[in-house]
Design a protein around this ligand. Sequence first.
Ligand code: SF4
Length: 210
Amino acid sequence: MDRKDKILELLEEHYKGAKPGLHFRNAYELLIATILSAQCTDERVNIVTKDLFAHYPDPKSLANADFNEVSDEIHSCGFYSVKARHIIDASRIIAEEYGGEVPSCMEELVKLPGVGRKTANVVLSNAFGIPGLAVDTHVFRVSHRLGLSDAKDPEGTERDLCAIIERDKWGEAHHWLIYHGRQICASRKPKCSECFLKEICPYLNDKEKE
Ligand code: SF4
C-alpha cells in the first residue's frame, strides 16, 4: 500500500460516518445553506436558516421575498448583500425554469447565481446521492499538506482526489478532509503532535528535515 492509500485509509477509519455540518431537509435548503456558508461557520448558518426556512420554505417564496428583509435575516452570515442577491435570484431561476426543483446535475447547478463547483458538489453528493467531491479551503489545504494533490487550484485538486479515491467515497472523503482541517490540521497552527497522520505526513516530515 503506498503512502496516499495509507493516508486515505487512516482518514476513513478516523472519520467514518462523518456527516455535513449544515442542517437541511431537502436540496433547496442545502443549496441555500451552502451559499450562505461561504466565509461563515456551519453553526452560524444553522442558526440563521432555522428562521429563514420557516419564513421562506421553498424557492417560490424566497424568489418573491423582499431583498432588504432577506438581507436583515442573513446579516450575521457576512457578505449579506451579495448572498441575499444570490439566494433570491437562484430561487427565482429554480422556481421559474426548473418547476421549483433544484436541478440535479453539475452543468445546471453551476449556472445558478452564487453556485460554483464546490457548492454544486455539496448539493449533488449530500442531497441527491450523486458522487461529487467538493474542494473548499480545508479540503484544499489538508490534501496539499498530505501530498494527495499538488494542483494549483480547487478544480485540479478535485481531479487529483477523484483519481485516487473510489467514486462511491467521494462525498464522504470531502467530510474526512474537512473534519481533519477543522479539528487538527488547522491553517495557522496544525496540531501535528496529536495528529494520527504525523508519522506519514509529508508536510510535517519535510518541515522537520529543514
Ligand atoms: S501532521 Fe500536521 S500538517 Fe500533517 S496532517 Fe497532521 S496536523 Fe496536518
